[in-house]
Design a protein around this ligand. Structure first.
Ligand SMILES: [Zn+2]
Length: 497
């Protein structure tokens, strides 16, 4: 009988953030020591649950270890990283010989002393299981990837969509490939191409990325090609393996894998300027909000989005709303457990001066003092994500100040759906402007509600202007710091796509 070992261990480390990734971050995100079955459906629990269910349907024996996934912050402390890693490795050793290992990792975890946690984990897993056991890994496309991981794994499948709506589809695909590999039907060969690019490349905005994804999927239907993945990279980490990579997996044909990785890697390189997300200055964004008299516009406070490891409690944008006299607005989330506790003591309907935000770390910037009414309170809340899934956001307080409804949460979070506001008593349709601490993940779900969306280059840790960050360890040359690192801009296309 086939025996499979399944574990989840992920986060994304912003190495410019001073707040270290802690055990609490994992426990607040996803933490299952007794199997994934009873975990709340979420983007972090989905893949392992799917693998477990499919393995049982296939009459495999399942050994589960820890499933841990954290909202992002800075570099993970060495103690926390090693404790979780070693728990998974001990469980693997204790489960005895297995045929396959399936790991859901994020791909951009940096811990003290470890620039590439995923390579460290998978290298150790390989040492335990030996060369013949098959290792399959699923990664977020905002990860770091180099040859070490490719050498130690047999199958790597990466999300194709940003916003990430395909984590379960990719998990399904990885399971299929693993099942076929174990059955001896296929013999996966992987190849990686370094695109020498850093940036943000959403796959649903107008431009070349939707077609790039379609082209990858179309090519996967060709003979011999098992899987194609673009690892976009995570720009706010100063590590030697930063940047985008193209990964190809073929059936038994290393040469074809090399060829496909180069072909799609160069294709992505050629579209990099048009594929990269564009940003609006804060002054311009506030002027647009002031002038707006129609449907709401959405402003994304991109630099303080917790999804990239930022604190999630800077007040620059909401302060700008107040100073510009914008009424009929909402803004959130701002992380502030202490202010929320004060709100719970006072109760709904109370009016008070309150100091909010600016607490998480030195780069949180100044707090904001407001004369506000407490209009909504809820303990232990969550927001829906992608239909059936839920993301915990902790305790919630909604404050109203000069026509602006501000949402505070006790867990650092992004906005995953309009329900983040509407579940907490806020109407969106009557607003001039909706402000969210997000980068891009809200875009498609808010499109029907708003007339336009702008990605605003606010101050903060997930600064879109990468030239403002002090990188010391990233590889060079790399775009956008070097204009044409592959020396292809003036060369004729040779890839034929
Ligand atoms: Zn991501």
């Amino acid at each position: 009988m086939t025996k499979v070992f399944i574990a989840t261990f992920g986060t994304e480390s912003n190495t410019f953030a001073t707040y270290p990734g802690s055990m609490r971050d994992f426990r607040e995100g996803l933490w299952c020591e007794d199997g994934i079955t009873n975990a709340t459906p979420s983007p972090w629990s989905g893949p392992a649950k799917l693998w477990r269910d499919r393995a049982l349907v296939s009459n495999w024996t399942v050994h589960e270890s820890l499933h841990a996934y954290a909202q992002l912050a800075g570099t993970v402390s060495r103690r926390v990283y090693e404790e979780i890693r070693d728990k998974i490795l001990e469980d693997l050793s204790a489960s005895g010989p297995v045929d396959a290992v399936l790991l859901y990792l994020h791909g951009a975890m940096v811990a003290e002393g470890y620039d590439d946690c995923e390579a460290d984990i998978v290298t150790r897993v390989r040492q335990i299981v030996g060369r013949d056991v098959k290792i399959g890994i699923e990664l977020d496309l905002h990860g770091h990837l180099d040859q070490t991981l490719v050498n130690h794994a047999d199958l790597i499948v990466i999300f194709k969509t940003y916003p990430h709506i395909d984590h379960n589809d990719r998990a399904d695909e990885l399971f299929d490939l693993m099942q076929r590999t174990l059955a001896g039907e296929i013999d996966p060969k992987m190849s990686l191409f370094d695109c020498k690019i850093m940036g943000l490349f959403p796959t649903t905005r107008p431009g070349p990325m939707p077609k790039f994804v379609e082209d990858m999927i179309a090519a996967e239907r060709s003979n011999g090609i098992l899987s194609l993945s673009l690892n976009h990279g995570f720009p706010w980490a100063d590590v030697p393996l930063a940047g985008a990579n193209m990964l190809a997996i073929t059936d038994g044909d290393q040469e074809l894998a090399d060829e496909m990785a180069v072909k799609f890697g160069r294709y992505f390189y050629r579209i990099r300027h048009e594929a990269a997300l564009e940003f609006t200055s804060m002054d311009e964004a506030i002027a647009l909000a002031v002038e707006n008299s129609g449907k709401p516009i959405l402003l994304a406070d991109v630099s303080d989005q917790t999804g990239g490891g930022a604190p999630g409690d800077t007040c620059y944008m909401v302060r700008a709303f107040l100073e510009a006299g914008i009424d009929r607005a909402t803004f959130g989330p701002i992380w502030d457990p202490a202010a929320i506790e004060i709100c719970f003591q006072l109760g709904v309907g109370a009016r008070t001066w309150l100091r909010i935000g600016g607490k998480f770390e030195p780069q949180s910037g100044p707090p904001l003092d407001i004369d506000a009414e407490i209009v909504f309170l809820q303990r232990d809340s969550s927001q829906e994500s992608d239909g059936m899934e839920d993301v915990p956001i902790g305790d919630v307080a909604v404050l109203e100040c000069k026509g602006i409804e501000i949402v505070l949460t006790s867990i650092r979070t992004n906005v995953f759906s309009p329900g983040f506001f509407t579940q907490h008593g806020i109407t969106l349709t009557d607003k001039k402007v909706i402000g969210v601490k997000n980068l891009y993940k809200h875009t498609d779900i808010f499109a029907p509600l708003v007339q336009a969306q702008y990605y605003v280059s606010t101050p903060g840790l997930c600064q879109p202007d990468l030239s403002r960050l002090k990188y010391k360890k990233i590889p060079r040359p790399i775009w956008p710091f070097d204009p044409d690192p592959l020396n292809l801009d003036n060369a004729k296309s040779s890839s034929g796509d």
